[in-house]
Design a protein around this ligand. Structure first.
Ligand code: SF4
Ligand code: SF4
Ligand code: SF4
Length: 285
């Protein structure tokens, strides 16, 4: 039996990505939602100076890699990272690191607590099996900075506005704020066209008379999105859903993917192969 091969496979499984330079690896770390304690970041920088080439690579999915690490240093570097709660990242046929914006914990536009949602999903599913990579993004509002439509399972915070007519002075400020043309004045009376609304909530923040309130805050979900060689935009499957509904759909979606997905098939390709109706019947009823 070739033990070297087995060791390399194990290392790859723990986030050691073989480089084009022989016996050099780019060590990917498990980071959730782009959040990292400052002390952990210092430890990563120190590890790069000690075991790598003195620089780090920030990945497209909010992760960090330490390039030019040698296989023989793997145990030592894992031990040092472990002191700061850091482990190797995911590669291959797995649920990958969850990306998230800061949502309503920091951003003025945020409607949901993205780090919290990302943390719950990470704890339950990170690194678990999928027929191919399975990417999850959590974004705080329809500005969609974390591109939920480009992920296998994209989550977006949304809010349904409701007019409080008796408070409205028809100043038109919200009309100017709305980028979707969903608000307009008709005979000096404010009207809301929910068919045009993106559920961003900007009008609620803009109104100084409390004449628009949040009727419901919830989660909008896209499934089957991807970029790469054959881009496919995610299909919207939930709008303004409750948290329990969101987590149930994720559980059902992953179960469906594991049952019907072919090896190496992305979730969007599975939806296209078997038809959206089959997924709807299994997961959305
Ligand atoms: S998606 Fe919304 S909440 Fe998140 S960073 Fe962008 S603007 Fe802020
Ligand atoms: S900003 Fe407020 S008060 Fe002004 S038109 Fe809009 S809802 Fe009415
Ligand atoms: S929630 Fe956003 S899109 Fe909808 S009416 Fe208000 S500003 Fe316009």
């Amino acid at each position: 039996m070739n033990t070297k091969k087995i060791d390399l496979a194990t290392l790859k499984n723990k986030g050691f990505l073989p480089q084009r330079q022989e016996n050099n690896f780019s060590m990917r770390l498990h980071i959730t939602g782009g959040r990292l304690e400052a002390e952990a970041l210092k430890a990563i920088a120190d590890a790069s100076l000690k075991y790598g080439a003195g620089h780090l690579h920030i990945t497209s999915r909010q992760g960090i890699e330490i390039p030019f690490v040698k296989a023989e240093d793997a145990d030592k570097i894992f031990e040092e990272m472990d002191k700061f709660g850091l482990a190797g990242g995911a590669t291959g046929q797995k649920v990958r690191g969850i990306v998230a914006c800061q949502g309503n914990t920091v951003c003025n536009h945020g409607l949901i607590n993205c780090p919290e949602i990302a943390g719950i999903i990470d704890e339950k599913y990170f690194g678990s099996f999928a027929p191919k990579k399975f990417k999850v993004a959590v974004t705080g509002c329809p500005a969609a900075c974390l591109k939920p439509q480009e992920n296998d399972f994209g989550i977006m915070g949304t809010v349904k506005p409701k007019l409080v007519e008796e408070n409205c002075v028809s100043c038109g400020l919200c009309v100017k704020t709305c980028k979707m043309g969903a608000l307009f004045l008709e005979d000096e009376k404010l009207k809301l066209d929910l068919d045009k609304c993106s559920f961003c909530g900007e009008c609620i923040s803009a109104c100084r008379k409390a004449a628009i309130k949040a009727e419901k805050v919830g989660y909008t979900v896209f499934v089957g999105g991807k970029v790469g060689r054959k881009p496919r935009p995610g299909t919207k499957v939930l709008e303004l859903a409750a948290e329990a509904e969101l987590f149930l759909l994720l559980e059902k979606t992953l179960a469906y993917y594991r049952e019907f997905g072919l090896e190496g098939e992305r979730f969007g390709a599975l939806l296209d192969r078997l038809g959206f109706e089959k997924y709807r019947e299994a997961c959305l009823n």
